[in-house]
Design a protein around this ligand. Structure first.
Ligand code: SAH
Length: 416
């Protein structure tokens, strides 16, 4: 009995000690709000949150969780800073500040990526590179971004510099690749602006092909440094499977994939549709999407670089027919322009993927008003274990789908 108590958490309380967190920097980082909560509890908590916010719109199914939730992030970012007594450090910004908290081992991040970041930091010390100072604007090394292909194991390293020249570039690349032979490409990205954005405009490939490839839903995808790619590959497959199930495609439909990124959803469902139209604002992502269609020899998909709202409005004005719309906007949600155009086009089904339940609730309110849509079902998918972020996929279908059916029946009766 005594022994059992000493091993349990109660023992800490008894001795008046602070509970030990799983992560030594959790108090400062703020990235993992639920770091010390058992995973099942996390799922329950998120489920409750989704239900509170969204159940007035429709049925909320149980959240799809992960079997192995640790180290899921395939994209890892670290910021560099100089700290007295420590020299150059790598880590993350302290919550709501620009102070850098050094990080050695993060529960969320791909471990290989974490090791590469440590090597970049140690090499930077031996090459006497200076960390960029946000206040003065002096120094070279600002951030490092590592992307790992979950299925392919290809690794991209992006060194974000305050100016374009990396001294002893060749040597630096050779040493980094020697330490980590799994690295397949290295880029320099130049960000000389006083901004909180990580990546700047200019890019230079200094090793390999300049992008990585990964596999998702049986397709191969090219991913550039600046393109959006879901950070949790295991859960992305679960999310897309649910989205495809909701779309109920039969092979004939005209489908829009709005906010399509590098075309992952469009290409995953192309085999079940007649035609797919993808629209995305980011130029690099659209370029990747076009290449991805070619790599996978998919011919019934077209990608357009445009604002999704403007594009859909043009489609509505041209009187285009669309059967199903997938939409996966950023955290800010969609726009009135997009939603208004959606109500004019009236696709039979809308599959709305959201990474922010608050903006989803706002958009559902708009879409379910008066004659619009009905929410059939909402499934939360845990894309971001240990954090408070919540992803959902929602199926909406037209409220007035039935009258249309009646019209068809009348026609049938008349023709008899
Ligand atoms: N469906 C993709 C990407 C989702 S992330 C996937 O699952 O991988 C949201 C995407 O919306 C990003 O690629 C972003 O560049 C894009 N985006 C943001 N604002 C946009 C807008 N106004 N019009 C079109 N695309 C936009």
């Amino acid at each position: 009995m005594e022994k059992k108590r000493a091993n349990g958490r109660e023992a800490f309380k008894d001795r008046g000690e602070r509970k030990q967190s799983l992560c030594p920097v959790s108090g400062k980082c703020g990235g993992c709000q639920f770091v010390d909560m058992p995973y099942k509890e996390q799922l329950k908590k998120k489920q409750r949150q989704v239900e509170e916010l969204l159940k007035e719109y429709g049925k909320v199914k149980p959240m799809i969780g992960m079997e192995e939730p640790a180290h899921y992030r395939n994209k890892v970012h670290a910021v560099f800073a100089f700290q007295k007594g420590r020299g150059i450090v790598s880590g993350i910004y302290q919550e709501k500040s620009h102070r850098v908290v050094p990080v050695e081992n993060c529960l969320l991040e791909n471990q290989k990526a974490g090791e590469i970041i440590q090597s970049v930091r140690e090499l930077a010390k031996s090459f006497k590179l200076k960390a960029y100072d946000e206040d003065s604007g002096y120094g070279l090394l600002r951030h490092v971004l590592v992307r790992v292909g979950h299925m392919t194991g290809e690794v991209m390293v992006v060194l974000v510099l305050g100016s374009p020249i990396l001294p002893s570039k060749k040597n630096f690349v050779n040493q980094l690749c020697k330490l980590h032979p799994e690295i397949t490409t290295i880029l320099i990205n130049v960000n000389n602006k006083r901004t909180s954005m990580v990546l700047g405009e200019k890019e230079q490939v200094i090793f390999g092909k300049g992008f990585i490839e990964d596999e998702l839903c049986g397709r191969r995808f090219k991913i550039s440094a600046k393109s959006f790619y879901q950070v949790n590959s295991v859960q992305t497959e679960a999310l897309y499977a649910k989205a495809a199930e909701y779309a109920q495609l039969t092979g004939k439909e005209t489908v829009v994939d709005a906010y399509c990124g590098i075309g992952t959803i469009a290409l995953a469902v192309a085999g079940q549709a007649g035609k797919v139209i993808g629209v995305e604002l980011n130029k690099d992502a659209v370029r990747d999407a076009v290449t991805n269609a070619r790599i996978n020899q998919i011919k019934n998909v077209d990608f357009y670089q445009n604002d999704a709202g403007r594009f859909l409005t043009q489609m509505a004005e041209a009187g285009e027919q669309v059967d199903v719309v997938f939409m996966d906007p950023p955290r800010s949600g969609s726009t009135e322009e997009f939603l208004g155009a959606l109500l004019r086009i009236c696709p039979k089904r809308v599959v709305y993927i959201s990474c922010e339940p608050e903006t989803l609730a706002r958009d559902l309110k708009y879409l379910t008003g008066k004659s619009g849509y009905r929410v059939q079902e909402i499934t939360p998918v845990d894309m971001f274990p240990f954090t408070g972020n919540i992803e959902t996929v929602t199926l909406l279908s037209l409220k007035n789908d039935t009258p249309k059916l009646e019209v068809t029946m009348e026609v049938t009766v008349d023709s008899n």
